[in-house]
Design a protein around this ligand. Structure first.
Ligand code: NI
Length: 262
């Protein structure tokens, strides 16, 4: 598999559950922009470690960089970067299941027990387990992240447009205004723009689209994935900051929060 095939497979899977991303992509291209991705984000349970999910990227030249910790959401995370700066970074977060309640641990256990030993998903594998709607609802009470992962499985949670590579917008606020004017709904949890130039990173995102998902026992309409936008600022040495800002990303995670989508 080549890099462009891998990225195309991720995008094709992502737009099935996130049609708004394809619409925004087309809208920007119609305006004369060439869309470049800053990063793609994937989620996993610790039973399938992030290193396993990262393997197809590492085989094509991505290398692990900084690690992060999100205490409130019980997540470890890391990002991978490619030597080719035109390629997106890969941000993978991993739910630390042992920090959850006995009920949530048991619900997640019932999912991962369905996986074969040594399970190594493709990053667009989708959901590899049967899950009841009630399990989704029970997980939602404690961890929106766990519920999303139970329902959607291993696939891109969001693509992120590199706002620095856009040529017809002065900044992130102007892009956000353009999207709102075109009927898209942004995630306002923690303010529309998370982060500041002093953080070297500003990000905003759409609110996750509501899609129909077939659970083992019934269908339900739940939030899927969102589209993110990142503007980076230079470090004192003049190079653009390439990392992430945990307290901003913490609020971005809430773009798929069903409680905030109501
Ligand atoms: Ni992101």
């Amino acid at each position: 598999m080549q890099v462009d095939e891998l990225l195309a497979a991720l995008w094709q899977d992502y737009v099935v559950s996130t049609p708004q991303a394809a619409k925004i992509h087309a809208l920007l291209e119609a305006r004369g922009e060439r869309v470049v991705n800053d990063h793609v984000a994937l989620r996993t349970f610790d039973a399938v470690p992030m290193a396993v999910l990262a393997a197809p990227f590492e085989a094509l030249g991505w290398r692990a960089k900084d690690r992060y910790r999100f205490d409130d959401k019980h997540l470890d995370a890391c990002y991978w970067q490619h030597a080719d700066p035109a390629l997106p970074k890969v941000f993978i977060s991993e739910l630390v299941t042992r920090e959850l309640s006995a009920g949530a641990r048991s619900a997640i256990g019932e999912l991962v027990e369905q996986l074969p030993a040594g399970f190594a998903p493709l990053p667009w594998e989708g959901r590899p387990w049967h899950v009841w709607h009630a399990t989704y609802e029970a997980l939602l009470v404690e961890s929106e992240y766990a519920a999303w992962l139970a329902a959607f499985g291993f696939r891109v949670n969001h693509f992120t447009i590199d706002v620095n590579a856009l040529t017809t917008f002065a900044g992130l606020a102007e892009l956000d205004a353009f999207l709102v004017a075109n009927g898209f709904v942004l995630n306002h949890a923690g303010g529309t723009i998370k982060g500041t130039p002093a953080d070297r990173l500003e990000q905003s995102s759409t609110r996750a689209e509501i899609v129909e998902v077939a659970f083992a026992d019934r269908k339900a309409r739940i939030p899927s994935c969102y589209y993110e936008f990142a503007k980076r600022y230079p470090l004192p040495d003049g190079t653009l900051f390439q990392g992430f800002v945990p307290r901003s990303a913490d609020k971005i995670f809430e773009s798929t929060d069903v409680r905030r989508s109501r």
